[in-house]
Design a protein around this ligand. Structure first.
Ligand code: CP
Length: 314
């Protein structure tokens, strides 16, 4: 059992993970992770929240973590992902992977005897989406007929995973961005099988009656080479052009004025203040951004326990 894609999870399985999170929060659950469990984190891109929340989660569950920059393993000198996965999974009970290509996480999972968790690829960020939808539920009490507006980079990994998990639980999802920055058609069409999911280039129409307004960085981040050199993504090389294209879709007071009067502000972080979101919105009374970030620890624990029990749905 792995967590590679937001599409790996049925509605019952998502609810099972949320139940574990609730039990952990209320101290109702018996910790059942294997004694001395060990988790390898194989990362090619920078991370604060995902890396630290998984490492702390494993420590609090009584296990141990090993952080590996992909570039400092033999993958960089020609050892295949399959061989790496075979060996790593013979030592470790979980492998958490952050990389560019979704196919790389899939290849690691196919060759691993331990559960593999996708900690972000170019097209998916399922652990983030679980955290986000769980955080929304804590405020709205239900997902069915709750309107979530995603403003800005509607074609990114965060939008893809969020729309699918939220739609599976019955939320209405409005993706709001420039006409020539359409959502990923695979995730968009899949999410529409579960709920009302629409694309708008008009902020006024897209945000109408939204109870959640979510944004993310306009530009995909690059990776770590060795331990210090930063290599830019294609998006980062065209950053100025992208910033101009997305600038009208900033989450600011005017945009929020189109949403429900009680609408809440979300951002998965890191934020580029003044770019995709204003200080007033991220630090304002409607922001649940810090609670959202804090919930990553709870969700990391819930995901590890869920995979430990073999991915049961109840
Ligand atoms: N939201 C998120 O994934 O943050 P990090 O890149 O810091 O892990």
């Amino acid at each position: 059992m792995n967590l590679i894609s937001s599409d790996d999870l049925s509605r019952d399985q998502i609810n099972r993970i949320f139940k574990i999170a609730d039990d952990l929060k209320d101290n109702r659950v018996e910790i059942t992770i294997k004694e001395h469990a060990t988790m390898a984190l194989l990362f090619e891109k920078p991370s604060l929240r995902t890396r630290v929340s998984f490492e702390v989660a494993m420590a609090q569950l009584g296990g141990h973590s090993i952080y590996l920059e992909k570039q400092t393993t033999h993958i960089g000198t020609g050892e295949t992902l399959a061989d790496t996965a075979r060996v790593l999974s013979s030592y470790c009970d979980f492998i958490v992977v952050r990389t560019f290509e979704q196919s790389e996480v899939m290849e690691i999972a196919e060759n691993s005897t331990a559960p593999v968790i996708n900690a972000l690829t170019d097209v998916e960020h399922p652990t983030q989406a679980l955290t986000d939808v769980y955080t929304i539920l804590q405020h709205t009490g239900k997902l069915k007929d709750t309107k979530i507006a995603f403003l800005g980079p509607v074609w990114h990994n965060v939008a893809n995973s969020l729309m699918l998990i939220a739609a599976k639980l019955g939320a209405e999802v409005a993706l709001v961005g420039p006409k020539d920055a359409q959502p990923n058609s695979i995730y968009f069409n899949k999410a529409r099988e579960y709920s009302k999911v629409s694309f708008y280039d008009s902020i006024e129409e897209g945000l109408e009656d939204a109870e959640i307004v979510y944004t993310d960085t306009f530009i995909d981040m690059g990776h770590i080479k060795g331990s210090s050199d930063y290599v830019k993504t294609d998006q980062e090389k065209h950053a100025e052009e992208l910033k101009r294209q997305f600038a009208p879709y900033q989450l600011n007071a005017k945009a929020m004025s189109y949403a429900s009067k009680t609408a809440l502000v979300m951002h998965d972080l890191p934020a580029h203040r003044g770019q995709e979101i204003t200080d007033e919105m991220i630090d304002g009374p409607r922001s649940i951004v810090w609670e959202q970030a804090a919930n990553k620890l709870l969700m990391a624990k819930a995901i590890l326990l869920y995979l430990s029990e073999g991915g049961r749905s109840r």
